[in-house]
Ligand binder design. Structure first.
Ligand code: MLT
Length: 277
């Protein structure tokens, strides 16, 4: 597994890469980073090339000038430029939570770049009024206590009850990932999520095979919400992962990777409007 820097037009993106073959672009949740995908990268299945970037302002990816005013489309444009830089014409794009919002923005901007879509522990709707107020509260916590405060707020919700009981080391690993980020990068992502568009109408138009994944113990995007995403996308698959919470790829890595590579397989078999790599 390699950690590399891609020098793009506006900034350098750090990404992790493992394996050769069919490309999958793995997009991390808020407020984490590419290392969220280490469980997948360390056991990349044969025939797959996994690429996991730090989104703009996270981990080792610099903000690219002014970090203010970025949107989900900014992250999506960065990812499309990264794919071009890495000579990846099409990829299975897998996004977890905020990564899912970015994946939907990629699907909106450049559907022909997708050979499959995995939306994990995420939602298509925009923030409600309460959700937007919660973003303002999180910005105030960040301002007062920095990334440490954001970690304190989010950690109890990110990992499921089973993981917190049976894999306590993961709590510290996720806390370290959160605290490694800068306040500016975290603030920009909070604002980008607060203002993200509703993607509900996009979903029925997707022709690329899509898999919805959800941790059965997710309390941020609960299974009922993930199921409704599945019902909105024609022909999508739904994989409920037992004993996992919001960070399903970290908490149940083998089950998550299996869902991911099945998404690719479905794409090859159906070929319904999806571009081959
Ligand atoms: C995430 O895990 O990326 C966040 O919970 C998404 C959100 O806050 O909407």
């Amino acid at each position: 597994m390699l950690s590399k820097l891609a020098h793009l037009s506006t900034q350098s993106i750090r990404y992790l890469e493992a394996g050769t073959g069919r490309p999958a672009l793995l997009l991390h949740a808020f407020p984490l980073g590419a290392d969220q995908w280490l469980p997948q990268l360390l056991r990349v299945p044969p025939g797959w090339r996994f690429v996991a970037p730090d989104l703009r302002g996270f981990g080792g990816t610099d903000p690219g000038g002014a970090i203010g005013g970025i949107t989900m489309d900014t992250y999506a444009a960065d990812m499309l430029e990264l794919m071009a830089h890495l000579e990846i014409p099409t990829a299975v794009v897998a996004g977890l939570s905020m990564g899912g919002y970015v994946a939907m923005a990629i699907a909106r901007r450049a559907p022909s770049k997708l050979s499959g879509l995995v939306l994990a522990d995420t939602r298509a709707s925009a923030d409600t009024a309460d959700g937007r107020a919660a973003r303002d509260k999180m910005l105030a916590i960040l301002e007062r206590d920095g990334p440490l405060g954001v970690g304190r707020e989010m950690l109890p919700k990110l990992l499921g009850a089973t993981t917190r009981r049976e894999q306590p080391d993961l709590v510290d690993a996720i806390r370290r990932l959160i605290e490694a980020n800068t306040p500016d990068g975290i603030a920009a992502a909070i604002r980008a999520m607060k203002d993200r568009p509703d993607s509900t109408l996009l979903l029925p138009t997707l022709t690329c095979p899509t898999t919805i994944v959800c941790g059965a113990e997710d309390i941020i995007t609960v299974p009922a919400e993930c199921e409704s995403l599945h019902r909105t996308i024609p022909g999508s698959r739904y994989v409920l992962i037992p004993d996992a919470g919001h960070l399903s790829n970290v908490e149940a890595p083998a089950a998550f990777t299996e869902a991911l590579i099945q998404a690719g397989a479905a794409c090859s078999v159906l070929g319904a409007g999806c571009a081959e790599p």
